[in-house]
Design a protein. Structure first.
Length: 560
């Protein structure tokens, strides 16, 4: 069996640098506490080299030129730890949430998927870099040896540049290079021997006692008699002796990473313009997409929440929320950023921003199967961005797919979200209103008792109708005069009488004969039946309606 430990050195610093990549490699000090008692709790290697010390007051740290001061962020640490678990879960389902800065993985059975232990360790280090974290990875036959080797200081044997293999990329915390150490089975004591006792995590009392004895390395501790060590240090001494020899054996406390993808950013200054806000959103989106990719997932929706600064009137800071539903699961950070920008441009926040919360609802990535003889449709990602831009230009309610409503109101429809082909909703609910749009003629129609289709005029054409004995006799529309040969109707409908948009109308199906001389061509392509190009009488079947409220006649369409 083999176990791998993924350790993030200077975890507090790296959690902040992960959200602010501009701080990478710079002198950075983190402070915590209530002013004026803020103290330095963590610092990068460059800051320590500049003279920063842990426990130093914030006022003292600010005196050092070139040192960036940031507050410790529990939210960013929580997000960085969640990203670490996502990475571990993408390799092995058997992992242990050992500490905020370290996880342990059981590598049994992974050779067939990823290769040998060294290959898995390299991929772990590379994956951590993709999440914005510089990791140290150690592989050993037992979890304790892997954990202590990964936590070794950079000067220790586990990270000797001559013996370290892995991805040689700059450490985000400014301390050396992320390294990979593989300890062969049976050689744990030889590899852990040069390491300082501090990597074993002894208590302060035990460390002080061992230091007085002159025992400062794991090899010196392993050389002591275990019985004598037990008499003086108790069970802790036995445990430290076992770890120093690399002989610790235990089972992992398995943890299951939750499917919760959230990123938060608390700002040290207020953001009032869209461009700097988009720059910050791009960081969070890149982190979210990297975590989703580590779990082989994508985002089906994005939820954005902004904490706003107080208004000038003195009101308490409010909130601003946006939910971006996606037609297909996506994890393209640039595309998602463009969609969020369009949403914010259409409805900007009413006040400057103090904090950003961004969450993604996970879903399986879309799988498409093309056909040899079928034309490929538009890419759903590009199509969604195009629809978002159109909605920004003409309004959200004017972009989408028209959907007939289950009502007797003529031409009643609503706009629904456009769904690419193959994912269209069930249209069975639209069958009834669609069928009502096409009524058969009365048996007295002489032109064609079985019309093949109905073509709607949009918008309806204004008309003038002469009535005789309560029925249409002569019609005038589109510059034509026609005689009614047969009439079926009226079909009287009304509704919404309780509201301002009530409607009431009579509908007629009319067989009309036009009489004219000369030729005429209409410029409207939807009026093909009216393109009368031959001399002599012409006939047609038309739908007319009379609006009782507006007192107007309209031509709704023509039967083909």
């Amino acid at each position: 069996m083999a176990f791998a430990c993924l350790h993030i050195p200077d975890f507090l610093v790296q959690a902040v640098v992960r959200s602010e990549p501009a701080l990478r490699g710079r002198a950075l000090a983190l402070v915590e506490g209530t002013p004026p008692l803020c103290r330095v709790v963590a610092a990068s290697e460059a800051a320590i080299a500049a003279g920063i010390e842990l426990g130093m007051a914030k006022a003292q740290a600010e005196q050092f030129r070139g040192v960036e001061i940031r507050r410790r962020s529990l939210e960013q640490e929580r997000n960085a730890h969640a990203a670490l678990l996502d990475l571990g879960g993408s390799f092995s389902p058997r992992l242990e949430d050992t500490a905020p800065d370290a996880i342990l993985l059981d590598l049994a059975g992974l050779d067939a998927l990823f290769g040998g232990a060294e290959t898995v360790a390299r991929q772990l280090a590379q994956g951590a870099l993709g999440l914005g974290l510089a990791a140290r990875v150690a592989v050993a036959a037992n979890p304790e040896a892997a954990l202590h080797a990964a936590r070794a200081p950079i000067s220790g044997f586990g990270f000797d540049p001559d013996r370290t293999t892995g991805v040689q990329q700059p450490d985000l915390s400014g301390r050396g290079f992320p390294g990979v150490t593989v300890i062969p089975a049976g050689q744990e004591a030889a590899h852990l021997g040069p390491l300082p006792i501090g990597v074993l995590g002894p208590s302060a009392e035990a460390l002080e006692t061992l230091d007085r004895w002159g025992v400062r390395t794991c090899a010196a501790l392993a050389a002591l008699p275990v019985l004598d060590l037990s008499e003086r240090l108790g069970p802790e001494g036995v445990r430290l002796h076992e770890w120093a020899r690399g002989a610790g054996r235990r089972s992992l406390l398995l943890a299951e990473p939750a499917l919760c993808f959230e990123e938060e950013l608390t700002l040290d200054y207020e953001v009032a313009e869209l461009e700097p806000l988009a720059f910050l959103l791009s960081r969070l989106l890149e982190a979210l997409c990297a975590r989703l990719a580590a779990r082989s997932l994508a985002a089906s929706a994005l939820r954005l929440r902004l904490q706003l600064a107080p208004m000038e009137s003195g009101q308490a800071p409010g909130g601003y929320e946006k939910c971006l539903s996606l037609p297909v699961p996506l994890r393209n950070s640039k595309l998602l950023l463009n969609l969020l920008r369009l949403q914010l441009q259409a409805d900007p926040p009413p006040a400057p921003i103090r904090a950003i919360f961004l969450a993604a609802d996970p879903a399986r990535p879309r799988v498409t199967q093309g056909g040899f003889f079928l034309p490929s449709g538009p890419d759903p990602e590009t199509l969604e961005l195009t629809l978002a831009r159109l909605a920004h230009l003409v309004g959200e309610s004017r972009v989408g797919s028209p959907q007939l409503m289950d009502t007797h109101r003529p031409e009643a429809f609503r706009m629904r979200r456009f769904v690419p082909g193959g994912q269209a909703p069930d249209r069975s609910s639209q069958a009834a209103p669609a069928a009502r749009e096409h009524r058969s003629f009365a048996a007295g129609c002489k032109y064609s008792p079985h019309p093949s289709g109905f073509r709607i005029f949009r918008p309806a054409l204004p008309a003038r109708v002469e009535m005789r004995a309560g029925r249409p006799a002569i019609v005038y529309f589109h510059g034509l005069r026609g005689e009614v040969l047969a009439a079926s109707g009226p079909w009287r409908t009304s509704g919404d009488w309780w509201g301002k948009d009530s409607w009431q109308q009579d509908e007629w199906d009319l067989e009309i004969r036009f009489a004219f001389s000369g030729s005429r061509r209409t410029a409207n392509p939807s009026l093909q039946p009216l393109q009368l190009q031959q001399r002599g009488p012409q006939r047609g079947l038309y739908r007319f309606s009379y609006d009782e409220i507006r007192r107007v006649w309209l031509v709704r369409g023509v039967y083909d």
